[in-house]
Design a protein around this ligand. Structure first.
Ligand SMILES: *Cc1c(COP(=O)(O)O)cnc(C)c1O
Length: 456
């Protein structure tokens, strides 16, 4: 490893280290100024922690504009964006169909707190394209959708405990901000301050892709497990593609034990197709949660499932759930416009093919040079692992030390006009707005950056 790179590793995160690449560092003067101001208003200067660039170099970039696959920051640097607002922007930024629909609906007012036809329209796009979701309820975020689905599962089964998996993220609801304790089958320990241990005590945390752990958990707590929640394809802590057999066994165990299977598809819903990860594995969950893409870039979440279960939700049933801005007409409009585009024939086939070719050529490059680098890919989601393991399926298989390489990669990519999420645990997304030329440009930048990451 180059001494100059070694030096980078020991540097304070806030300081931009001496550049080891041939490219000069981009100017961040305006972003830095905005960040200083933001720090006086918000904890860490941000409204969601990962935005603060704590795991990569330099000041967070303040974004001023997006169009197609391109974003611009406050200093007028231009980037090809692979973050896509963390997943919602499957059509890219500022898609004309989405923008026009939103603007037209806004002319009639922005919120009524009363039903509108737009809710029916978006619901129809979701339900008509899905073979197992019969009824849904809209929320304003993925977190809310998951929180409500958990409450519903508990209300429906009359049980308390939830099983979740290490390496799956389900938003910031109390009972799911837990991590595994010691031992194979354990109650979770809170992963955030401010959560009573009693809440964490209702959540069991298991390793992914481990059938024995699952069997053991059900053997120990059979009568009290309300639900198992899993990201069908875990994509918030690396991309941990699960074995199909495992997901099918999980489905069977839930059925046998009368526990509900909740697929948290906030990231995979409408990303992998209209039926998300459930269709990918050919499995029918009892409840699903969606978010991100269904809002077209505005705040929308949703949970849904069989009518019998959804019938427990108030006012039909005794499980309370509501929201002042739920089903907001402007947000519904964005979702309708976006899902309408997605439902056009061949949309996913074209997008996924483009993404797969992109990922394959990155892998070919890295493998030819014997770089310790694996590209994980499903549909238009991808993740870079600095590892030799071609099949990472659990959180434990991700080496935290490898994230140092991501830091270097991230910075080199920014200097070459490519924007990735500011953490090596986050996945990237290809949108329909990325053209072959954009992807070619990105590839070249990634090749050059990898050469610097692995420079001996
Ligand atoms: C993003 C995400 C959430 C949380 O959604 P928010 O809208 O950020 O609250 C929950 N679950 C999964 C799988 C997600 O990807």
């Amino acid at each position: 490893m180059l001494d100059s790179i070694k030096k980078i590793f020991s540097n304070n995160e806030e300081e931009l280290p001496v550049n080891s690449s041939s490219k000069p560092d981009i100017s961040r003067a305006k972003s830095a100024e905005l960040y200083e101001k933001a720090k006086t208003y918000f904890p860490g200067g941000v409204n969601s922690p990962v935005r603060a660039f704590k795991s990569v170099y330099g000041t967070p970039l303040f974004i001023s504009k997006g169009d197609g696959c391109t974003i611009w920051d406050a200093d007028d640097n231009q980037f090809i964006d692979f973050c896509g607002s963390w997943g919602p922007l499957i059509l890219g930024h500022n898609h004309p169909k989405v923008r026009e629909k939103v603007v037209s609906v806004m002319q009639n007012g922005m919120s009524f707190g009363a039903p509108t036809a737009l809710e029916n329209e978006l619901a129809e796009l979701i339900i008509k394209n899905n073979s197992f979701v019969e009824k849904i309820r809209f929320t304003s975020s993925g977190t809310e959708a998951v929180m409500s689905a958990i409450r519903l599962a508990r209300g429906f089964t009359g049980r308390n405990k939830i099983i979740k998996f290490e390496g799956c993220y389900h938003g910031h609801t109390d009972s799911l901000l837990v991590k595994a304790g010691s031992g194979l089958v354990t109650f979770g320990e809170t992963s955030s301050a401010g959560i009573p241990p009693a809440f964490a005590n209702e959540t069991l945390v298991l390793p992914l892709n481990d059938l024995n752990a699952l069997k053991e958990a059900f053997a120990s707590f059979k009568e009290d497990i309300a639900a198992v929640i899993i990201e069908g394809i875990p994509a918030n802590n690396g991309l941990l593609i699960q074995d199909k057999e495992y997901i099918h066994a999980l489905r069977e165990i839930c059925t046998e034990n009368k526990a509900l299977l909740i697929f948290d598809e906030v990231i995979t819903g409408f990303r992998l197709g209209f039926e998300g990860a459930a269709a990918y594995y050919d499995v029918v969950p009892d409840l699903v949660t969606y978010g991100k893409i269904i809002g077209g870039g505005l705040p929308v979440g949703m949970f849904g499932g069989k009518a019998e279960i959804m019938g427990m939700i108030s006012p039909d049933g005794g499980v309370y759930q509501g929201g002042t801005l739920s089903g907001n007409p402007v947000a519904m409009a964005a979702g309708i416009a976006q899902l309408t585009e997605l439902s056009k024939s061949g949309f996913y086939k074209d997008l996924n093919k483009k993404a797969e070719e992109f990922c394959e050529s990155l892998q070919r490059f890295a493998s030819a040079r014997n770089y310790q680098f694996k590209v994980f890919n499903v549909g238009s989601i991808f993740w870079f692992a600095f590892s030799d393991n071609p099949a990472i399926k659990t959180a434990a298989e991700i080496d935290p030390a490898s994230m140092e390489k991501y830091k270097v990669l991230h910075r080199e990519l920014l200097n070459r006009g490519i924007y990735f999420g500011p953490s090596g645990y986050e996945v990237g997304f290809v949108s329909s707005a990325h053209t072959k030329i954009d992807l070619e440009k990105a590839k070249r930048a990634i090749f050059d950056s990898l050469d610097i990451v692995f420079r001996k």
